[in-house]
Design a protein around this ligand. Structure first.
Ligand SMILES: [Zn+2]
Length: 605
């Protein structure tokens, strides 16, 4: 967040995080850290910790965490520049003349951002013009086939990225400083350093902030090009997790109606808006982030989620829903009836069945917990194990409810609905029902089960901790992990990748500044685990210990490869197809299986 060399960074280096947070929270020294009662959730025993050396805070209960600026922003509900100023004042750090800007560096950064915004605006106009060309006609045809009126195409600023490959790059170069071309996210470079258009042969959807400023684009391939959807990369003006598509047009309607409809894709949002459901936003992907939830909370606390919840993205969808629940949203789930085998998305539904039918379903969308109870009931076979399975399925969600009263109400409803007898209920719901433990927080294992926390084995945790703290081992360790791709497929894969990448950089040298910055770039659940590890005190690590942990990862990887080869073999044996072809393939797989088994034996010795 604080850019290198910026005023914010200087303030952060001089500020004392313990002193600033100490103004809000009574902190007590505990080992090398300070602990206190978390100001972000209700609790009776302290789970909130501040790390003076790493300059971060973290709550082991609710997961809140960040650097000194994030803390002040969240506590005082102020913007980043205001937080920088507030921290500087609290710590008596003199600032250059402010007047809403903050010195030459800040002024320069502001100017750069202004130009980047200007470039996106120019690009949006460019893409729109391209829709009128001979080449753009196919794209216009596609949009019209999907039922979009010319007025809608214009209102959403839809456009066409031509196949030429450098038309936009050339156009931008003639108007803007070359140095900012790369920072715009609109231009890529080949190996020879030659600039070309990032988006080619794609229908373009401008993505704007809630204030209506275009900051990025989503591009949909018309043909079979992959990926089907290509997004702008994150830039100085665009953070994917902080933008909701269509919020700028929908915000007034959301306030007026008291709720938002949350859909997955651009086309869903546009089709619904065209059909008169104006209070619709898209998360652009199945996984909603914390920041997006906070953004939405500024306009309404009720949301109807209209995802494809039975699809492959179930886990990601569950995570988004659970996140909204934990953020004190009243969450409803709208499941559209499927047509035959095919799932119906909102876009298709309003086109085929009309807006009135959609509104009717919208009004009747059940509460999220009702929907979950429905799912739990399907697990309930009537026998004790079935009931336990159903109760266990619901437990983590109940634990997420912020209010003890709501938790207790839902606990009795679950008992009644599942006809769970008192003994089973007392055993299983005791931790979640919360009458006796108002400060209850779901345990990490429960959070992991619904995707809100990262499940990590002891070996993974130990290795991550070493990458974080063991200066003498870090480089070698990172190299070993990278070389063997040992983190591939792990729950902790992303966190490993980030730390391995950072091993050479300043995080590797334990810089407090960059640990918080690294956290900002990670997904929320990865950031939580990172901060948790940062607070853990651990014994000095040796290379022998590192090797034994690496060994665990290597074995796990071989075993998982072996499992997938075995599965392929079985599919092949059961499958149809040309016999000679299949035999050759089977032979290859059997060889692969043997060599994997051999390597595994090698690891056992
Ligand atoms: Zn907390």
């Amino acid at each position: 967040m604080a850019e290198p060399g910026s005023i914010a960074e200087r303030v952060k280096q001089q500020a004392d995080i313990v002193r600033v947070i100490g103004e809000y929270v009574r902190l007590k020294k505990s080992g090398q850290n300070f602990v206190g009662l978390c100001p972000f959730h209700q609790e009776k025993t302290p789970s909130f910790a501040v790390h003076p050396a790493k300059q971060i805070y973290h709550c082991f209960g609710c997961g809140a965490g960040g650097d000194v600026f994030r803390f002040v922003m969240e506590m005082d509900k102020i913007s980043f520049p205001e937080a920088v100023r507030a921290v500087a004042e609290k710590c008596g750090i003199p600032l250059p003349a402010w007047r809403g800007h903050g010195g030459p560096q800040a002024a320069q950064a502001t100017e750069q951002r202004r130009v980047l915004v200007e470039m996106q605006k120019e690009a949006a106009a460019f893409f729109q013009r391209q829709l009128e060309t001979a080449e753009g006609r196919a794209a216009r045809g596609y949009l019209e086939d999907r039922g979009l009126a010319p007025a809608t195409i214009a209102r959403f600023g839809l456009g066409w990225a031509p196949s030429g490959g450098e038309l936009l790059a050339r156009h931008l170069r003639s108007r803007f400083p070359a140095a900012l071309l790369d920072a715009s996210g609109l231009v890529s470079r080949d190996r020879g350093g030659h600039a070309f258009d990032r988006f080619r042969r794609r229908v373009m959807f401008p993505i704007a902030t809630d204030a209506g400023q275009v900051v990025a684009f989503g591009g949909r391939a018309l043909g079979d090009e992959m990926p089907k959807y290509l997004n702008s990369p994150e830039t100085r003006i665009y953070t994917k997790s902080r933008v909701l598509y269509n919020l700028d047009r929908a915000r007034e309607a959301i306030r007026r109606e008291g709720f938002a409809v949350l859909v997955e894709g651009y086309m869903d949002a546009i089709a619904l808006a065209e059909a008169g459901v104006e209070n619709v936003v898209a998360s652009c992907g199945t996984s909603l982030g914390d920041a997006q939830a906070r953004l939405l909370a500024r306009f309404a606390r009720r949301v109807v989620v209209n995802y494809d919840v039975d699809a492959a993205g179930q886990a990601a969808t569950d995570r988004s829903l659970a996140l909204l629940l934990g953020a004190e949203f009243q969450v409803h789930v709208l499941l559209l009836p499927s047509a035959g085998d095919a799932k119906t998305d909102p876009d298709q539904f309003v086109r085929e069945r009309g807006a009135a039918a959609y509104r009717e379903l919208l009004a009747g969308a059940p509460l999220y917990l009702d929907y979950l109870v429905g799912r739990a009931r399907r697990l309930d076979t009537g026998a004790v194990e079935g009931k336990l399975r159903a109760v266990n399925f619901l437990l983590p969600y109940l634990g997420l409810l912020p209010s003890p009263l709501a938790r207790s109400e839902w606990a009795s409803r679950v008992a009644a609905e599942l006809r769970v007898d008192q003994t089973v209920l007392r055993q299983s719901l005791a931790q979640a029902a919360a009458e006796r433990r108002p400060e209850l927080k779901p345990a990490p294992e429960l959070l992991a089960r619904i995707g809100l926390a990262v499940a990590a084995t002891p070996a993974e945790r130990r290795l991550l901790k070493m990458l974080l703290d063991a200066d003498a081992l870090r480089a070698r360790l990172a190299e070993e992990i990278r070389r063997g791709d040992l983190h591939q497929g792990l729950e902790t894969e992303k966190l490993f990748a980030a730390l391995v990448d950072a091993a050479a950089g300043p995080v590797g040298r334990g810089s407090a500044e960059t640990l918080a910055a690294l956290g900002e770039r990670l997904e929320e659940r990865d950031r939580r685990l990172l901060f948790e590890l940062a607070f853990e005190s651990a014994a000095e690590a040796s290379w022998e210990e590192a090797e034994s942990c690496l060994e665990v990862l290597a074995r796990r990887k071989l075993e998982s490869e072996l499992r997938s080869v075995q599965a392929e073999i079985e599919t092949l044996k059961a499958g149809r197809g040309e016999a000679g072809e299949r035999k050759a393939q089977l032979l290859r797989l059997l060889e692969r299986k043997q060599s994997l088994q051999k390597s595994l034996r090698g690891h056992e010795e």
